[in-house]
Design a protein around this ligand. Structure first.
Ligand code: PLP
Length: 222
């Protein structure tokens, strides 16, 4: 890429509303590059592997106002580490994991910000609740008082065209509204985590509050 990271950040910032939270997905990106994104104003970083994140987080300990977002598939045996290392977990994708996180959060005395990952369309390559499954699990999720449920996360299946992609994002926004209108005491639906480098403009159009951008900021991953 010919432009600098701060130029790319400025360009993306100017193309999305200032209310949309820009999460820089720094998986595979070395700590010193994360440091330059920080210097350019980024405070939210997304990682998808606990182990890889841990070593970079140790190197970047001095940047104490970073918010770390876990966005990868979370295995239950890594749940405790995820809670120790991340303030947000976007990829809570089943009830057992949510329950485990709630128990561990209580033990650790933390109250993580959580997004529930949904699959609007069938997608064997991804985990997440289907819409009917999620609606059925809400009464249980509402009991998890140590979790701050913030909203929904989705990743459209690969290979959709723009209109289909936009439909997925709109359906996710609509689902969040449906859940919000049910007035659960411990489930907030103020956030949507959707939009990656190739489709974030569509996600913004559908009203997302957070975009997760990797390639467009840091270049192609190895
Ligand atoms: C890697 C990843 C991203 C960033 O993808 P880009 O296409 O590089 O922007 C966003 N969300 C999740 C869940 C990811 O795994």
């Amino acid at each position: 890429m010919s432009s600098s990271i701060s130029e790319r950040i400025d360009q993306i910032r100017s193309s999305i509303p200032s209310s949309v939270r820009l999460i820089a997905v720094s998986k595979t990106v070395p700590a010193e590059i994360i440091r330059s994104a920080y210097a350019a104003g980024i405070r939210d970083f997304g990682e998808s592997r606990i182990q890889e994140a841990a070593s970079k987080q140790a190197e970047l300990k001095d940047l104490s106002d970073i918010t770390w977002h876990f966005i990868g598939h979370l295995q239950s045996n890594k749940a405790k580490k995820a809670l120790e290392q991340f303030q947000w977990i976007h990829s809570v994708d089943n009830l057992q994991l949510a329950q485990r996180l709630d128990n561990l959060a209580s033990q650790l005395g933390v109250s993580p910000h959580i997004c529930l990952q949904v699959k609007i369309l069938p997608d064997p390559s991804k985990s997440g609740w289907t819409v009917p499954e999620l609606l059925a699990d809400l009464p249980a999720i509402n009991q998890y008082k140590n979790l701050q449920i913030q909203g929904l996360m989705t990743i459209p299946p690969l290979g959709l065209n723009e209109a289909e992609n936009l439909d997925v994002f709109n359906a996710t926004a609509k689902l969040a509204k449906t859940i919000r209108d049910q007035n659960w005491s411990h489930i907030k639906m103020d956030h949507l985590s959707m939009g990656m480098s190739s489709d974030y403009k569509l996600a913004v159009q559908a009203g997302t509050t957070m975009v997760r951008l990797g390639t467009i900021l840091f270049g192609d991953r190895p």
